[in-house]
Write a protein that binds this ligand. Structure first.
Ligand SMILES: [Fe+2]
Length: 190
């Protein structure tokens, strides 16, 4: 289940909202300009290629491209392996977007498998959206956010791009991200 947690951006100890109710989550996110859509989850191979994931969701992906004008779509996967090399790669991948940033392009992510948390820092609040299989989260360009995939990342995700370089991250000089519960902490507390 998708889980939304909201705190004041100054106080991670005060939970303003914590809900798994899909209608409530959609309503709260819609209030900050973020769209959450649900697709029916399709079975995939154990380690699917980008093409296999896109083929499984062809109709849904084409509808998003038609509606939003994306020119490039791909799917990325990360599956846990019990090797030091994998741990190193996973830690590096997690670190990449763990600090507050914005993009000049929208960040639309569909979770075909597994999970990840988008933290949206809007209107003086931090909204943590734990996305799970079936969730398409659409974060508008310029929205301040960060993303935590956890210390053992495990997901298959479809990404949409309007151009080749719009999705470069601009990091904020001062990030509040480190003050808020991590993916590991939020998922462990469920
Ligand atoms: Fe991002």
């Amino acid at each position: 289940m998708t889980l939304l947690t909201v705190w004041p951006d100054t106080d991670p100890a005060t939970v303003l909202t914590r809900t798994e109710d899909p209608a409530e989550i959609t309503a709260v996110l819609s209030g900050i300009g973020v769209r959450l859509t649900r697709w029916t989850v399709v079975d995939l191979p154990a380690k699917p290629t980008s093409d296999e994931v896109l083929a499984a969701y062809r109709a849904e992906v084409d509808a998003v491209i038609a509606a939003e004008g994306y020119i490039h779509v791909d799917a990325v996967s990360i599956t846990p392996e019990d090797t030091p090399q994998w741990r190193e790669q996973a830690a590096a991948a997690r670190q990449k977007f763990l600090s507050e940033h914005t993009h000049d392009d929208d960040e639309d992510r569909y979770f075909a498998r597994g999970s990840g948390i988008f933290y949206l820092h809007v209107d003086g609040k931090v909204h943590a959206v734990l996305c799970e299989a079936g969730d398409l989260l659409s974060v508008p360009a310029k929205t301040t956010h960060w993303f935590d995939m956890g210390t053992t990342p495990d997901y298959v995700s479809i990404r949409f791009f309007h151009d080749d370089d719009g999705w470069v991250a601009s990091f904020l000089e001062e990030s509040v991200a480190h003050r808020f519960p991590t993916f590991d902490e939020i998922t462990a507390a469920r």
